[in-house]
Design a protein around this ligand. Structure first.
Ligand SMILES: Cc1cc2nc3c(=O)[nH]c(=O)nc-3n(C[C@H](O)[C@H](O)[C@H](O)COP(=O)(O)O)c2cc1C
Length: 330
């Protein structure tokens, strides 16, 4: 009897060189948020692949333990992208060669970070000002690494220097296997509105897969950005914090309190497993997002933020669940 396995019959949504990607929604790399615990959750809910938050090539080359830890992962996350940032061509190449044996499926270079401490030092979005340098970096990375190399960009430094099409073509011509585009300039930071028509221009200009990113806030936005850009995939950042359901194409208001409480418990437990008791502090920024749209959120937020032990945090969650049951029964 011939048994058809589910994987053999599944068509990938797109390929990153020779890496099949199943699904079109991807959790954005987000420093302080897209850590191992949250990536596991996002992946479970349908994020098609993982991206670590960006890690400094200088930190990696100095053997900084905190930096190295940002690249911890679990095999269930595959396909997984390690994202790095840096400004020195040689150091970027050296660090990528150093981390390649650690097991990423893909290595990505951040060319979009707008914060001063990164872009003010020639890294992140500052690289957009030097397309020739980007070309040299990618030519070397694609030659010297075996894994596919990809880039995440913004539209340019500012509106006077919009060079996304040039940068995208440079990436493709020098061996990049995918481009993720956040539809803003560095100068905009997170202000204004992401320009999806610019992302569509990038999509038209290159043959490699393009991931559209910026201001996807709800399930309807996913359809809109795909229609407007023709992108192979959509990267979701801020709207996925406290809301991994978006990767299952379910909006926040469609999620019941019980589902939220169950996920808070699970995410919290993953945080404690990974970070120890410090996971409680780090979980605060997630829990406020999980509860943001539920009845009584303000009071609940206050109490969750006062919890100083994991046991107390869980007792507060149990209280909230009991109150919710009473309200429902009334
Ligand atoms: C808190 C935070 C941290 C971020 N860290 C990174 C990062 O490490 N690497 C990166 O490429 N982009 C980073 N970004 C940018 C996001 O990946 C994404 O491009 C941006 O938030 C726009 O998408 P959104 O509108 O879906 O949030 C970060 C964004 C936020 C809000």
């Amino acid at each position: 009897m011939h048994v058809v396995t589910s994987t053999s019959s599944r068509q990938p949504t797109f390929m990153v060189r020779d890496v099949p990607i199943y699904g079109d929604l991807i959790l954005s790399p987000m420093a302080g948020f897209s850590d191992l615990p949250y990536r596991l959750i996002a992946r479970d809910f349908g994020s098609a692949m993982g991206y670590t938050e960006f890690v400094s090539v200088d930190g990696l080359l100095h053997g900084n333990e905190k930096t190295k830890r940002l690249l911890d992962f679990h095999p269930s996350e595959y396909p997984l992208t390690f994202q790095v940032f840096g400004s020195s061509e040689d150091k970027i190449v050296e660090a990528c060669k150093m981390i390649e044996p650690w097991g990423p499926t893909i290595i990505d270079l951040n060319m979009g970070c707008s914060v001063a401490k990164v872009s003010g030092r020639g890294a992140g979005a500052a690289l957009l000002c030097e397309p020739t340098k980007i070309g040299r970096i990618f030519a070397r990375l694609s030659k010297e690494l075996s894994v596919p190399v990809t880039g995440k960009i913004r539209l340019g430094w500012d509106h006077q220097s919009l060079n996304y099409v040039t940068v995208a073509k440079t990436l493709e011509d020098n061996g990049a296997s995918l481009i993720a585009v956040h539809g803003r300039t560095k100068a905009q930071a997170y202000n204004g509105v992401a320009d999806w028509s610019a992302i569509a221009e990038v999509k038209q200009a290159v043959k490699i897969p393009v991931i559209g990113n910026g201001d996807v806030k709800c399930v309807a936005d996913i359809k809109r950005i795909k229609e407007q850009t023709g992108c192979e995939g959509v990267m979701i950042g801020r709207a996925a914090i406290g809301n991994p359901w978006i990767f299952s194409r379910k909006d926040r208001h469609e999620v019941s309190f019980e589902e939220k409480a169950a996920l808070i418990r699970r995410h919290f437990s993953l945080m404690l497993d990974y970070y120890g008791d410090y996971g409680l502090i780090l979980f605060r920024k997630h829990v406020v997002k999980y509860i943001s749209e539920i009845r009584g959120a303000a009071a609940m937020r206050e109490s969750f933020l006062t919890a100083t032990t994991p046991e107390y945090f869980i007792s507060l969650l149990e209280e909230a669940e009991a109150e919710h049951r009473e309200l429902k029964a009334a």
